[in-house]
Design a protein around this ligand. Structure first.
Ligand SMILES: Nc1ncnc2c1ncn2[C@@H]1O[C@H](COP(=O)(O)OP(=O)(O)OP(=O)(O)O)[C@@H](O)[C@H]1O
Ligand SMILES: [Ca+2]
Length: 603
């Protein structure tokens, strides 16, 4: 997640609260005001509508016997519609007992509508409920004020279209209700399970607008992502206008920016493009409306091909394919479906989009900590190796023996990892651009820091290895003791160089390496423990390490040489580094030229 370059989020339930209420209703060609005032509707029309609401649903209404508030269950959309049904006078159990369900076509995100066939005294009715503009396009007539069926003329259709557009523009989710009569003879009695419910030539009953407020804090979370160079895109199954309105509310779309294709696109238009065309516009898409689960998947694939590291957040079953395909899939823990959770890598327990930003922050922190550790470890390794190899080749003897190297190993592996990998995330992490897929783990800045320190350590310690006895004035000691003192001094200096360099490793890019150091208690603890152990080793465990005690002046010189690594690191950060990754210079020519060609073709 630390390297994510883009987040594709669904709308409902992730950016919005998924707490829905019907706030607008258009029936019999007019807008109801308030939305639950159905006095203008004839009783036969109202009965038909209520039949549709009560029978064509996956939710239920439970009325407590003591007359308390009704308990409505189901998906948030269903709950909103059923609650509205209660307000317009629906008696759920009564309506359901008056007719029997013959066949059900459950709602799915692909078709964006669900239907049911019910039989009652008045015959067989097929009720449909679904995405408003799609259901409207299947309607040939509409139910008028007096309950008669009127043909849907161009003018009426445009009126309805306009009301859908207006509701969507004010960020409402639109659901339309329609029905048709069905001859009882046309129902296949034997294989009713395979019966395809008639879905054309419907009569429009009406449209409701459902409000689903934005989650508080989403706007600032989106802004944080923007600052961190992570582009947030909205990919929703909802109406494009609703999507746009919510995207503007969350700050995903900029009111002053371009709000047209290809930045805002319908799933259908995207789906019908060729793979190449999809790749070309994928980068630009900020909002995709009326998308099917497969469109979400296609977008993720196109973005990945473009080199993006894609994170997907979602809650519904319709998000599952995209969650699975994404580099990082994040599912909502509370409202998310099991399918979504199983397809994801991370589950956000509090369902809050702002937590996604925390994931980015921590992901970046882990990545940065790994880099710090690598820089520290490589410096120790390079220095120890070069010193021992040069000394062994030239004099046949090594200054750092096996037991000493094991101790050094412990400092840099276990203790170093603990000290550097536990650095908490800082605000600076969210001000950088994401690393993406291409940036190498060891950056040029890290190589520079590493070489500066390693060259310093190698140079100093080799000088002491070859002329240490003279510099340290050990000529008066016996040759054997002088050699031991010199090697102990080199070992001690080497360890102190690492201890001081551990501070430098904390901030590979910043000049002030001490920022926040006192707050990281583990780091301070480990540095102290390492120092104490080093003193104990040199002063009391000489027998095991084959070393001798050092006098206080040699101790001072060791520590002083270690301290120099601090100003050195500060000065080193003024050395400019090339943008092109160091590794690229070492790749065989043919390989890089082929890659350039490929990039040229893509870009
Ligand atoms: N239970 C339902 N019955 C009928 N129509 C529904 C129902 N739920 C949603 N719809 C319609 O389908 C559309 C959304 O479909 P879909 O399930 O693909 O998206 P979503 O998961 O709700 O949204 P998002 O993708 O933003 O999370 C809505 O705009 C609405 O008009
Ligand atoms: Ca959803």
């Amino acid at each position: 997640m630390g390297s994510a370059t883009t987040i594709c989020s669904d709308k409902t339930g992730t950016l919005t609260l998924n707490k829905m209420t019907v706030v607008e209703a258009h029936f019999i060609g007019t807008r109801l005001d308030p939305c639950d005032d159905v006095r203008a509707i004839s009783s036969s029309s109202a009965a038909l509508l209520i039949e549709g609401i009560a029978q064509n649903t996956t939710g239920t209404v439970f009325l407590p016997e003591d007359g308390g508030a009704a308990d409505v269950t189901g998906s948030p959309t269903e709950k909103a519609i059923l609650s509205w049904g209660l307000k317009i006078g629906m008696d759920f159990n009564d309506v359901r007992s008056k007719s029997s369900v013959l066949h059900v076509f459950p709602f799915n995100s692909e078709k964006k509508r669900g239907g049911v066939a019910v039989q009652s005294d008045t015959g067989v009715h097929i009720h449909w409920k679904g995405a408003a503009e799609l259901v409207l396009s299947s309607c040939k007539s509409w139910l008028s004020l007096d309950g008669s069926v009127q043909p849907m003329g161009a003018q009426k259709r445009n009126e309805y279209k306009k009301s859908i557009e207006d509701m969507a523009k004010s960020s409402l989710r639109c659901v339309a209700f329609a029905y048709c009569q069905c001859d009882i003879e046309k129902i296949p009695k034997e294989d009713i399970a395979d019966w395809k419910l008639p879905e054309e030539d419907l009569t429009l009953l009406g449209i409701v607008g459902i409000k689903d407020p934005c989650r508080p804090g989403v706007r600032s979370a989106v802004q944080l992502c923007k600052n961190a160079g992570v582009k947030v895109r909205m990919v929703t199954g909802d109406n494009i206008e609703t999507a746009k309105a919510i995207a503007l509310e969350c700050g995903i779309l900029d009111a002053n920016g371009v709000i047209s294709e290809p930045f805002v696109i319908e799933g259908k238009a995207f789906r019908e493009m060729s793979e190449i065309a999809r790749g070309e516009i994928a980068d630009k898409i900020t909002v995709m409306g009326r998308s099917s689960p497969n469109d979400k998947l296609l977008l993720v694939q196109a973005l990945k091909r473009k080199g993006h590291v894609v994170a997907v957040t979602g809650d519904g079953t319709n998000d599952a394919p995209a969650l699975h395909e994404a580099d990082i899939g994040l599912a909502m823990g509370m409202s998310g479906t099991e399918v979504a959770k199983e397809s994801s890598d991370i589950i956000i327990l509090d369902d809050d989009f702002t937590s996604v930003v925390k994931v980015v922050r921590w992901g970046r922190s882990v990545y940065a900590n790994i880099q710090k550790f690598i820089q520290f470890q490589l410096t120790v390794n390079v220095a120890a190796l070069v010193i021992n190899v040069i000394a062994a080749v030239s004099s046949g003897d090594v200054p750092l023996n096996a037991v000493e190297l094991l101790w050094v190993n412990l400092i840099m592996d276990t203790l170093g990892a603990l000290a550097l990998a536990t650095e908490p995330p800082t605000d600076n992490l969210m001000k950088r651009q994401p690393v993406g897929r291409r940036e190498p783990l060891v950056t040029n800045i890290m190589w520079r820091n590493l070489f500066v320190q390693a060259i310093y350590q190698i140079a100093i310690l080799l000088i002491f290895n070859f002329s240490g006895k003279k510099i340290l004035r050990l000529q008066n000691e016996s040759p054997d003791n002088a050699e031991k003192m010199k090697n102990t001094f080199i070992f001690n200096t080497f360890v102190f160089c690492q201890i001081f360099n551990e501070f430098n490793a904390r901030k590979p890019e910043e000049r002030n390496v001490f920022k926040g150091v006192t707050k990281n208690h583990l780091f301070m603890g480990i540095v102290c423990v390492t120092t104490v152990f080093q003193i104990l080793i040199v002063e009391f465990l000489g027998k095991f390490f084959k070393i001798v005690r050092l006098n206080w002046s040699l101790w001072l010189v060791s520590v002083a040489i270690g301290v120099v690594s601090w100003p050195l690191a500060y000065l080193g950060k003024f050395i400019p580094v090339p943008v092109r990754p160091l590794q690229a210079y070492f790749k065989p020519c043919w390989k890089s030229s082929r890659r350039d060609e490929e990039e040229g073709r893509q870009g």
